[in-house]
Ligand binder design. Structure first.
Ligand SMILES: [Zn+2]
Ligand SMILES: [Zn+2]
Length: 129
């Protein structure tokens, strides 16, 4: 079980069951929203239990997905594909220890020009993992 929350605590949740190895996303949208690149773990939606959500807000960033964040402190929390049985939980929202390790980088074709990816993990130009 993993516990997570936003920076101010207005959103708190528990993830039950195994979480998939997280992926770092370097796409334009993730970089704009997070301020750098972001990393998230895909998990079954049924395993996500919201403990507090009075700050919870959603932004529909594309015609197929929404981005969950805290409307009070701005923390990025979830990425949700419309109609999917799973939800992506942002790694930074989880309390340590997560026990998880980054598996790969995606959308490297859109990465920023101010950093290098040199950790030896697989790099995927798009999202076709
Ligand atoms: Zn917050
Ligand atoms: Zn992305």
């Amino acid at each position: 079980m993993h516990e997570g929350s936003c920076l101010c605590g207005s959103v708190a949740f528990v993830v039950e069951g195994e979480m998939a190895p997280p992926l770092a996303c370097h796409c334009h949208q993730c970089r704009k929203q997070s301020g750098h690149h972001f990393a998230a773990s895909e998990t079954p939606r049924a395993g996500l239990r919201m403990m507090r959500e009075d700050g919870m807000a959603w932004y529909k960033a594309s015609d197929f997905a929404s981005r969950g964040f805290c409307s009070r402190c701005g923390s990025t929390l979830f990425w949700s594909r419309d109609g999917s049985a799973s939800i992506h939980v942002l790694m930074g929202s989880l309390d340590a220890p997560t026990g998880l390790s980054l598996a790969a980088h995606m959308w490297t074709s859109e990465k920023g020009d101010y950093y290098d990816i040199d950790d030896g993990l697989p790099q995927i130009e798009g999202d076709d993992i």
